[in-house]
Design a protein around this ligand. Sequence first.
Ligand SMILES: *Cc1c(COP(=O)(O)O)cnc(C)c1O
Length: 216
Amino acid sequence: MIDKQLTEIDKEIKSYQKNENIILVAVSKFQSIEKIQEAYNAGHRHFGENYVQELAEKYEQLPKDIQWHCIGALQTNKVKYIAPFVYLIHTLDRKSLCDEIQKQGKKHNRVINCLIQVAISPEESKIGGCTFEEFENLYEYTLQQPNIKVLGLMGMASFTQNEDIIRGEFRSLADLYRKHPEFSILSMGMSSDYIIALQEGSNMIRIGTKIFGERI
Ligand SMILES: *Cc1c(COP(=O)(O)O)cnc(C)c1O
């Protein structure tokens, strides 16, 4: 079941893949260790979690070659729990978080890869993400942090059936992404909207429900 879903999405991804790799992050929040292990056994290695405690527990219990993505709103005081192992933080959106990631990265002697989350929808602006106006200033700030490497951008579209709205929001992020040729990752698209995201140039999609079924 899970491997079938992964294969199906991988096939869809291939049709949008040009010269760059598109990465599928399997979003495993609230999913059991057994289900994650099943996806792992099918060959999948990129997994995403929203909550730090859950992420740290699953890291402990699962194979160590999993690449863990932190995709949820991140509290400054929780960075220390994921700093030793996290593969990519998608939700860097403010200077205070930047300071803490820098501090923890230095402590663990590693450069922590991050995406800057930009609020592209009204809902997202309530839960996280910097504004388009704040972006350049925040990005400049990250460039002064030796233990942070910003690889690109992340955004979440509105929860709506209106495809034009979703497309417009993804396009606004893709436009910003293209202004920065040094970036390599554009993380956008979830179960309900990843096809639109891929059409707009996403190269990292974050899919939960469509792979694992409804969350319990
Ligand atoms: C939960 C979540 C996803 C996956 O959502 P699905 O609709 O289950 O695919 C992707 N991105 C973020 C930031 C999430 O919180």
